[in-house]
Design a protein around this ligand. Sequence first.
Ligand SMILES: Nc1ncnc2c1ncn2[C@@H]1O[C@H](COP(=O)(O)OP(=O)(O)OP(=O)(O)O)[C@@H](O)[C@H]1O
Length: 267
Amino acid sequence: MLHAEHVFKTFGRSRRQQGVRAVNDASIRVAPGDFIAIVGESGSGKSTLARILLGLIEPDAGSVTFNGTALSSLNKSEMRGFRTAVQCVLQDPSGSLNPRKTVRQSLTEVIRLHKIAVTSADVEAAAIEALFHVNLTPEPMFLDRYPHELSGGQRQRVLIARAIVLRPQIIIADEAVSALDASVKAGVLNLMNQLRREMGIGYALITHDLPVVKKVASYVYVMKSGAIVEEGTKEQIFANPQADYTKTLLAAAPDLDMALAGASATS
Ligand SMILES: Nc1ncnc2c1ncn2[C@@H]1O[C@H](COP(=O)(O)OP(=O)(O)OP(=O)(O)O)[C@@H](O)[C@H]1O
């Protein structure tokens, strides 16, 4: 279980400047097998909260614990274990895949770095298994491709393969499907859900895309100005929102059922 408790983060504070309070007393939890979503408009602090959950930045106050242990108290080798168990998947246009590396190179470098396998044959087998799990088959055909030789949905699947090759407990997915067309998006979301069921992976999906939340999340946190203004099951949030901000967000969203109709196709 990954748990952020009452975390705060302000950027650019100095004696002269107040700074930007990016995260303001946020608490969230995600366990293996969960599919939670953190929603909010641009600038609401979602990515900063994601980076805090990943242990990439330290909160000014509050704590992040993983399986009951504070990240701040982990030693180097425990931190390595955490970085294997909690993975991040970003959207591909953010340059997460190196354009000069083949799929094989992208996968095998993390397999070696995290010592998932040692011999060349085992490393290759682990890469092939990961491609199989994300339905990029026949696997050998994809191993030698460069990112520009893949579709957007296939690139996103490679990013997921690179995360699951480490057998993570939790994946933090920051706008991981936002750039994809509706049907491709649905295919990647279905895949994420399939891996949740098969491998017990828990997801924290960070997004401003409400149709996506409605399709996959079971529990939703709504963020505004760094704070969680509302949280609840998907059914509660969509059918009976309490906070004015949630009501505004829902009202401003595209027709959810129309968007979902497009997203129910598979790719
Ligand atoms: N490294 C930083 N230095 C200074 N300010 C920052 C930094 N990172 C984020 N901020 C500010 O913190 C606030 C929250 O940003 P954050 O990226 O977490 O929001 P977000 O909800 O993820 O937005 P988006 O959906 O546009 O990515 C913004 O006002 C942003 O300008």
